[in-house]
Ligand binder design. Structure first.
Ligand code: SAH
Ligand code: SF4
Ligand code: F3S
Length: 439
């Protein structure tokens, strides 16, 4: 057993878990390889929508075919799909999987791997719940920016969402541990941290910490070397003025807020258990826009939630128009077994959902195109991520407000440069480096 390959299907929290799994495997002496030759192929699953499950089973099917030819290779499955009731049994009944574990026991991997090699038998360990595991080794994807999980789990039980079942109860990490991790990152050249959690702005509440999310933001802001602090996701219900004040108090805390709306209809929001109304959200968004200079607000929308009538969808469109979000992730409702919304009546016909979905996407693209136009002619401070994924001759990076910028010029990943914006597309900006900022 010399090499491994990890396929990650989920959100940034899952990516962060995969970085930890990679770190543990490397500490065991394994090195990273590719899917076709790795001795151990690990799938870190997501279950947020049906298409995430389907994608995973497609990959698992391919791995099964590879294992039929190479019986010594090992297949491991972990993450949010694996964590759910009955999922491990379902996987094991159809696929030759060697190791299965859930979201609460990443650190069990070494023991499970050893036992699998010693006994030749499938190893499975799914824990009900646990505290966040501290001190795991980690193999970071980038040197200049890093994910830092600050809390895990969710107690909100939005009626459509699998996360409370896949990630367990809401728990926060001790601030001291978070700060130690970030100081260590900064000492190794990291400039940007993304604080992660299913609901970052309820940080500390369930764990009875005195420290709130806004306090944590300010504590991170004084870590020497850290230039940008991002965070996601914020539930609107917990977005207090203290967070607005913290963002305004430090120019290191990025003025970009991901604030999922889900629906603009108060009736649908109630059925989703989002605990705010259309008007309440509009007030909050307006307050954020008024209070934070140059703020960018992005959102998530679910189209076709059961019971969504034309009138409800019109409410969503009204909010989209009023809020003029800088970005929106749009999803078609996917019934998740075990959630409340799974059994709801008044399912919206597929053709109606598609029509609404396409309308929403086109509308939002237009808003984003107009937003991008506003940047043309300005100079933006960009943290360079490196060559663009689509064209190696072009560099890529982001503004403080999280707008993606592709540009020409000479710079290394992790440098901060000023880019003159020459063109605005709906999804990104284009420009050229105009002046170096040596820091
Ligand atoms: N904790 C975050 C969201 C995590 S999931 C929050 O509360 O905002 C990311 C997004 O996936 C959600 O905001 C929602 O828009 C979408 N989503 C979750 N469950 C879904 C489902 N069953 N069908 C369609 N979209 C879903
Ligand atoms: Fe899911 Fe709602 Fe929790 Fe977000 S807040 S993870 S949408 S249950
Ligand atoms: Fe998916 Fe789990 Fe994230 S269900 S979206 S990987 S928390």
């Amino acid at each position: 057993m010399d090499t491994f390959y990890i396929q990650t299907f989920g959100c940034q929290m899952n990516e962060n878990d995969s970085e930890k799994i990679a770190g543990m495997l490397m500490e065991l002496g394994l090195s990273e390889s590719n899917y076709t030759s790795a001795d151990l192929v690990l799938f870190n699953t997501c279950s947020i929508r049906g298409n995430a499950d389907e994608k995973f089973f497609g990959h698992l099917g391919a791995a099964k075919a590879r294992k039929a030819k190479e019986p010594d290779m090992l297949i491991a499955v972990c993450g949010c799909f694996a964590q759910q009731d009955g999922a491990a049994e379902e996987i094991m009944s159809k696929y030759p999987v060697d190791i299965i574990f859930g979201t609460h026991n990443l650190s069990s991997l070494e023991e499970l791997l050893t036992k699998r090699i010693e006994t030749g038998k499938t190893q499975r360990e799914i824990l009900e719940d646990s505290d966040i595991e501290e001190g795991l080794p980690i193999k970071r994807s980038y040197a200049h920016k890093a994910f830092v999980t600050i809390m895990n789990g969710c107690d909100n039980y939005c009626s459509y969402c699998i996360v409370p079942f896949a990630r367990g109860r809401e728990k926060s990490r001790e601030a001291a541990n978070i700060i130690t991790e970030i100081k260590d990152l900064a000492a190794n050249g990291c400039k940007e941290v993304m604080l992660l959690g299913q609901n970052v702005n309820s940080y500390g509440i369930k764990s009875n910490f005195i420290e709130r999310f806004s306090d944590l933001l300010l504590d991170v802001a004084v870590v020497k070397g850290i230039e940008r602090i991002r965070f996601m996701t914020s539930h609107p219900k917990d977005f207090g003025v203290d967070i607005i004040e913290a963002i305004n108090a430090s120019n290191k805390i990025c003025n970009s807020i991901h604030l999922p709306l889900q629906s603009g209809s108060s009736k649908i929001l109630a059925s989703m258990n989002r605990v705010y109304s259309k008007e309440w959200y509009l007030d909050l968004a307006a307050n954020i826009r008024e209070s934070i200079k140059g703020v960018s607000i992005t959102t998530d929308i679910i189209v076709g939630f059961p019971g969504e009538e034309d009138w409800d969808f019109e409410q969503t469109m009204e909010v989209m128009d009023k809020c003029k979000f800088e970005g929106a992730f749009t999803f078609i409702f996917s019934p998740r077994k075990g959630t409340k919304a799974y059994n709801l009546d008044n399912v919206v016909p597929e053709h109606v959902i598609k029509e609404r979905f396409n309308y929403l996407v086109a509308f939002q693209n237009n808003i984003m195109a107009q937003d991008s136009e506003r940047y043309v002619g300005t100079s933006q401070e960009i943290l360079v991520d490196g060559p663009s994924t689509k064209n190696m001759n072009i560099l890529s990076g982001r503004t403080m407000s999280n707008k993606l910028v592709n540009f020409t010029g000479q710079a290394q990943a992790g440098e901060t440069v000023f880019v003159k914006i020459t063109e605005g597309k709906p999804s990104h900006l284009f420009g050229h480096i105009e002046e170096r900022k040596w820091v």
